[in-house]
Ligand binder design. Structure first.
Ligand code: NOJ
Length: 919
């Protein structure tokens, strides 16, 4: 028990007689007893769900029934906000487990559930404490420190003048300062708080768990820090309140643009998760208790957390008995998996604020080609519009958008343009006229359309919580409505926190009103997601019959955003510190279930040195979303401008990204079906290796065994790469071998080199022919890189589809497992057939594997000149002997096998194995 809580004086008790368990759902009443003995009723629902999940919801009876009075003639709803689930959850994974059983004894109630009754929920009645167990193992505890709080409704009692802080009757904490309970003024903005205090809070403890991860979006270490001061710790809680933060601080619990109130607690043998389903401003305090077991050593660490939200229900999911991977899957089932992006979305994007004219765009496009640098997408920031009016073009600077888009299309390239949620308030601008006449804008507290200041000056905001607003939004995107757009145009939704330049904390007043009369305070963190979701649905319906997977980039996000957008980390700076910070931030997006993430390559503010920009491209080649971007005041920095050796080195990094697109796409497919992060952290890949739990500066690409450690410090000539296991790791470029578990290894990293290793045991798919864009690589042949493990074996998967439509949902895809075992490499189908499988395979008939590279090939292969291929002739094998620390390798050229068919390449009997393990 820590010193902070007051568990015994918690005023919350569970009424034992109220408990009823039916079909996996427990209903009951928590009672809050005030100092004046008044009792407040808080209805409790505990749902026992599959895969070791449970959901606890606590509401407030009086507000639930609408039996309260609002102040200031407010039109706001009276209930606690109860629609967060409708936005964040998919509806899957919520089936209560009917086998749950309840027993009561001595002021405690216990529910067991799960296929082997292995999960237990123990509710202590007085005070109210909830413990979650897997078998005998206590995993998660609620309110053991007595921080549970549900601010019940009460009328404001006006005090006699001169006695400002006195109200009667009082509840449990007579010393509390009420000055901000009923109204709060901040920087000249007054929040009217018509429902008075209504916050919810709970302490959640993880006994025996030394590390917690999650709570995107923040800068700082992946393993979250303690927040109550002390050496290296934060001295404030992590805050979640989506904001347009200007020049954000590094290593800080300050809030950023998006929020995912999900946390994983991890220890050597177990992982558990907590999802706090609330869309209001939220704070999370973290402390750790170190204590010894039976007096031996420093042993066990407990992590204690304390979650507080300004309003809404207390609604939380606890997920037991997991690994990091299974937890991603469970959380993904609840909140949705990553939308499978079109292929161009995971290639390289070239952005700046701004490309100033259509001629400028065409010129940049030509210069990339002239410099032989691949790119897929060029972006237009605000200045393409006529006076910041979205859905228009500045016809002085962009007189011919169609011509520009056609030039891009000729190389299968795309254009992404910015559209923000603020709509310029200008008479005659059709979009705002429609917004107003149809009454689809967010309202102020008095019920009139809210007017605030953003890029266009005076603006209104679309209320995407309103289904009618979303339907209207769809009507703005068809090609005949949004003139100047072709089907290679996609959308960037920025400023959707929402950013309001003259609002409190650069956002909307909390007492603004949304559809359904919910206050903005209740939905603030969800708001950005409703907007990019609306854009997603609008883009799907641009033209009847044309069903392309939309690409949308969002700045603000909530749990569930992964279903329709990619994100980036906003306005970073051209500094080494910001480059370094991008790695844990992007890894953390994987924990959050929203892994399609990137940071502005080169840094948004400021001008990067050539070294920094070059290193940033190398790191960016390992962001799931790879986009360069720059502020309007910065110098031009397209990669071809830097000169040699920088341009050449950046081009190499980009070509590496393009060569590995098949591996990246396969990782995205995993994210889209199982919720796994696209780039994965050390603890995620090696959950049993304690030494790696705090490592957050190296990353693995999907399940490929590729391990990158981007250089993020100025002048570095080498990095230390930590290896958790005993397997051989090979340098990606020259096959130098590294091995030795549980320690760091020195890897040379002169400017031209990206430290990139391949873990033994994997097969990595690639495409090695350099092209202008990913679209032009569609029919290119594959290379398979077999990286042998110590047993001489390797395995990997490949997912391929048309990269642009939804036909994969009807089986139009190839999903293969490649396996080298007993000297035989086989390709096996692991997909499920659908109506469109056969037709798709026909289109892919001529796409072949043109090369097989075997890293750490046995020396007995030296004498082999060819290898037999099933269903075909033998293929030539060329063997390269080991040299110094560099492993031997072999290459088989033109084995003549299709990427979508079954085949076997026979390298010879397993007995011939002679794999180098000691170097
Ligand atoms: C803020 C965004 O974070 C930035 O990327 C963009 O360039 C500016 N808005 C202008 O649209």
């Amino acid at each position: 028990m820590t010193a902070h809580g007051k568990p015994d004086s918690s005023p919350y008790n569970l009424d034992g007689s109220s408990l009823k368990l039916k079909n996996g759902q427990l209903d009951g009443m928590v009672l809050k007893t005030l100092a004046n003995k008044e009792v407040v009723k808080l209805p409790l629902i505990a749902s026992l769900l599959d895969n070791g999940k449970a959901r606890i919801t606590i509401d407030e009876e009086r507000r639930q029934k609408g039996d309260i009075e609002l102040r200031h003639n407010s039109i706001a709803r009276k209930e606690r906000y109860n629609e967060a689930a409708a936005w964040a959850l998919t509806g899957a994974g919520l089936q209560p487990q009917k086998d749950a059983k309840l027993s009561n004894s001595n002021g405690r109630s216990e529910i067991t559930w799960g296929p082997k009754s292995e999960y237990r929920l123990v509710l202590s009645h007085s005070p109210f404490v909830v413990e979650f167990y897997t078998g005998e193992d206590k995993q998660v505890v609620l309110n053991s420190r007595g921080f549970m709080n549900v601010e019940h409704w009460r009328p404001k009692i006006d005090k006699p003048s001169g006695d400002e802080n006195e109200t009667e009757p009082r509840d449990v904490q007579p010393q509390e300062d009420e000055s901000t309970w009923w109204e709060e003024t901040f920087n000249g903005n007054t929040d009217s708080k018509p429902r008075g205090p209504e916050s919810v809070a709970m302490d959640i403890s993880f006994p025996g768990y030394g590390h917690v991860y999650g709570l995107a979006e923040h800068t700082g270490s992946l393993s979250l820090k303690e927040t109550r001061g002390g050496d290296g710790n934060h001295d404030q809680p992590y805050r979640l309140y989506n904001s347009d933060v200007f020049e954000y601080e590094l290593d800080s619990p300050m809030t950023l643009y998006g929020s995912v109130p999900f946390m994983q607690a991890h220890r050597k043998d177990s992982t558990v998760g907590v999802f706090w389903l609330n869309g209001a401003e939220t704070w999370v305090d973290i402390t750790k208790d170190k204590h010894s077991t039976l007096g031996f050593g420093s042993g066990v660490v407990d992590t204690n957390t304390h979650w507080m939200s300004e309003s809404g229900q207390l609604d939380l999911f606890v997920m037991l008995d997991a690994t990091p991977k299974s937890l991603s899957k469970t959380f993904g089932e609840l909140t949705g998996y990553t939308a499978l992006p079109p292929t161009f979305g995971i290639a390289y994007h070239q952005c700046r604020w701004n490309y100033v004219s259509d001629e400028d765009v065409k010129d940049v496009d030509r210069k990339f080609d002239k410099s032989n640098i691949p790119y897929d997408v060029i972006w237009l920031d605000l200045e393409y519009t006529d006076d910041k009016k979205y859905f228009t073009w500045d016809d002085m600077t962009f007189p011919d958008p169609i011509g520009m888009e056609q030039q891009l299309e000729a190389s299968e390239r795309k254009l992404v343009i910015i559209i923000d949620p603020h709509i310029k308030n200008k008479a005659g601008y059709q979009v705002v006229e429609e917004l107003k006449s149809k009454d689809l804008g967010i309202k102020n507290k008095d019920g009139n359309i809210f007017d605030g200041w953003c890029w266009p000056g005076s603006s209104h905001w679309i209320d995407a919580f309103n289904p009618a607003a979303r339907t209207w939004w769809k009507s703005l995107f068809p090609y005949d409505k949004f003139k100047g757009t072709l089907k290679n145009v996609w959308i960037w939704n920025d400023m959707n926190e929402p950013s309001v330049f003259n609002g409190p904390e650069i956002t909307m007043p909390k007492d603004n009103i949304h559809h359904g009369n919910w206050e903005h305070r209740d939905v603030h963190n969800i708001n950005g997601m409703t907007f990019h979701n609306a854009t997603y649905h609008a883009l799907i319906e641009r033209k009847k019959g044309e069903i392309l997977r939309p690409f949308i980039l969002t700045r603000s996000f909530y749990a569930g955003s992964q279903r329709s957008a990619a994100m980036w980390t906003g306005d970073n700076q051209a500094s080494w510190g910001h480059l370094a910070a991008s790695i844990p931030m992007i890894l953390n997006q994987g924990v959050a279930g929203f892994p399609f993430a990137g940071a502005d390559i080169g840094g948004f503010f400021g001008n990067p040195s050539k070294d920094l920009q070059t290193r940033w491209y190398q790191a960016g080649a390992f962001y799931p979303f790879m986009r360069a971007h720059a502020h309007i005041d910065t110098r031009r920095r397209e990669p071809y401008l830097l000169g040699e050796p920088y341009t050449g080195i950046m081009a190499q990094a980009m070509r590496l990204r393009y060569a590995l697109l098949p591996a990246w796409y396969t990782a995205f497919h995993e994210a889209s079906t199982d919720g796994y992060p696209i780039v994965r952290s050390q603890y995620y890949v090696h959950p049993e290796d304690e030494k790696g739990f705090a490592i957050d500066d190296q990353l693995y690409v999907g399940s490929t065994g590729l391990l990158a450690k981007p250089v993020v410090t100025e002048g570095a000539e080498s990095v230390e790469v930590y290896l958790a296991d005993d397997e051989n790791y090979f340098d990606y470029f020259d096959y130098t071998v590294y091995n030795g578990a549980g320690k760091s290894h020195h890897v040379a990293a002169p400017l031209e080199k990206i430290p990139l290793l391949m873990q033994g045991g994997h097969i990595i798919p690639r495409k090695d022919r350099p092209r202008k864009s990913s679209g032009l690589m569609k029919w290119d042949p594959y290379t398979l890189v077999l990286v042998l493990d110590k047993q001489g074996e390797a395995e990997g998967t490949l997912y391929v589809d048309d990269g642009e439509t939804f036909e994969y949902q009807q089986g139009a895809y190839i999903h293969r497992r490649f396996k080298l075992t007993d000297g035989k490499l086989s390709s096996e189908d692991i997909g499920t057939k659908g109506a469109k499988t056969a037709a798709y395979l026909k289109t892919m008939r001529d796409v072949r594997v043109e090369k097989i590279i075997v890293v750490n090939a046995p020396s007995s292969w030296e004498s082999k000149a060819e290898v037999p291929v099933s269903g075909g002739a033998a293929a030539e094998l060329i063997y390269h002997a080991a040299e110094g620390k560099k492993a031997a390798w072999a290459v088989v050229r033109n084995p003549g096998v299709g990427v979508g068919t079954d085949w076997v390449v026979d390298f010879g009997a397993a007995a011939e194995r002679n794999v180098r393990t000691e170097l």
